[in-house]
Ligand binder design. Structure first.
Ligand SMILES: Nc1ncnc2c1ncn2[C@@H]1O[C@H](COP(=O)(O)OP(=O)(O)OP(=O)(O)O)[C@@H](O)[C@H]1O
Length: 241
């Protein structure tokens, strides 16, 4: 469903050449439909770079990216069959919850009756249907993230990218949101790629896990097996074992 084949990016400063010593990042990764894949690894390892290339915010220097069997390496972010949830929920402050969710369907909010019904249904599914007329400033952090999640899911794309969306929430709320994402992903049969700094969160939600280390996927596999019984020395060190 998601395939990164030698997807490569080399950060170069102006005037710096590829031979100046820094290593390019090269990622190989595969996920099947319905997989929830956690990207873990030390700070600076390349997790955000990998996600940015999948999202289309960063152009790869070489390599291929396929989503749902389609080559999408040259598509713009808006053309790609995916939605993204960031830590900064990106809600528009002057629009209501209803309108913010509606932006997931139509950027100009030209909504059919069916669209409007779908918005109400999505809001109910994430537990914020009581707040449809409120502005974001009238919501708690957790409620705002639910709105952003509803807006992502209403687009019904086969791939959802999560860039640490819940790390600012308190532990109980974070757990609740992870459980919600897990059940929504199962319901809608979508694939999720999630950057996290928490192996605990990976264990809670992700069936697969990829350990990113020095610009590559060093180890990948089933989360329980990989984190419960790590063999790779760098992974052990990262986990504090
Ligand atoms: N725009 C950029 N220009 C040059 N180097 C960059 C740029 N963005 C990131 N890097 C470098 O690339 C490496 C990987 O960064 P990246 O943000 O992908 O890591 P990360 O694993 O997501 O880290 P963190 O967990 O701290 O967010 C780091 O060494 C970083 O300094």
């Amino acid at each position: 469903m998601l395939k990164l084949n030698h997807l490569c990016h080399h950060y170069l400063r102006p005037g710096q050449s590829a031979q100046d010593g820094t290593q390019p990042m090269i990622f190989d990764l595969q996920a099947e439909k319905g997989d929830i894949v956690a990207l873990i690894g030390p700070s600076g390892a390349g997790k955000s770079t990998l996600l940015a290339m999948v999202a289309g915010f960063l152009n790869p220097d070489s390599g291929e990216l396929h989503i749902a069997g389609q080559p999408i390496t040259t598509q713009t972010p808006a053309e790609r069959p995916l939605s993204i949830l960031f830590q900064d929920h990106n809600l528009f402050p002057h629009l209501t919850v209803f309108e913010n969710i509606g932006l997931g369907i139509h950027p100009g909010l030209k909504l059919s009756r069916e669209d409007k019904e779908n918005i109400v249904a999505a809001a109910s599914r994430v537990g914020i249907n009581k707040y449809l007329d409120r502005l974001p400033e009238q919501l708690s952090g957790g409620q705002k993230q639910r709105v952003a999640l509803a807006r992502s899911l209403i687009r019904q794309q086969p791939l959802l990218l999560l860039d640490e969306p819940f790390s600012a929430l308190d532990p109980a709320l974070r757990k609740e949101m992870l459980t919600l994402v897990k059940s929504l992903a199962k319901e809608q049969k979508i694939t999720v790629l999630m950057v996290t700094h928490s192996p605990e969160d990976a264990l809670k939600i992700a069936n697969k896990c990829a350990f990113i280390y020095e610009g590559q996927v060093k180890v990948s596999g089933e989360t329980q097996q990989m984190l419960g019984n790590p063999e790779d020395e760098a992974l052990k060190k990262y986990l504090g074992i």
